[in-house]
Design a binder for this molecule. Structure first.
Ligand SMILES: [Zn+2]
Ligand SMILES: [Zn+2]
Length: 153
């Protein structure tokens, strides 16, 4: 068997073993599945922008995933809020209308391609997986002065 074929075969097997992660809001009315094809589909980052501070209380930790990997399995109480809060960019946030948990957000430019899923909504033990470790930070200029930079970010 040619070397390259073996390598491709191995990559295929690795992808096939990716688990389906599940996520829920605080009251568990909203449920979703995260079906990542590869670990690289998940890109976790912190955002320190003013919009995230208003919405999430301070910074946000979100996992950027392709929209095709993210599916609601139950969402009777799901609500959506879309607004430009003065940044010149419309932000869309999806949340549980019953308990108020944010599930994901996305700018208008990303709406057909990506979701930024709030890390804390992914059910344990998924949130502890290495692939969800933050890899970067956004809007560092708006980061709280006392907040340390993330390692390797
Ligand atoms: Zn809820
Ligand atoms: Zn932000």
């Amino acid at each position: 068997m040619p070397q390259r074929y073996i390598k491709l075969q191995k990559e295929k097997e690795k992808c096939a073993t990716m688990p389906t992660y599940t996520g829920t809001c605080y009251c568990r009315a909203v449920k979703y599945n995260l079906d990542l094809k590869t670990p690289q589909d998940a890109r976790t980052s912190l955002c320190h922008c003013h919009n995230c501070k208003k919405a999430y209380g301070n910074y946000a930790i979100t996992v950027k995933v392709p929209l095709s990997c993210f599916k609601y399995t139950e969402s009777p109480t799901l609500k959506k809020h879309s607004m430009d809060n003065g940044s010149g960019k419309v932000l869309n946030r999806e949340f549980c209308g019953e308990c108020g948990s944010f599930i994901c957000d996305y700018g208008d430019a990303a709406k057909n391609d990506f979701r930024y899923v709030l890390l804390g909504t992914i059910d344990e033990p998924g949130v502890h997986d290495e692939i969800f470790k933050p890899q970067g930070e956004f809007y560092i200029s708006q980061r709280m002065k006392w907040f340390p930079p993330i390692p390797g970010g």
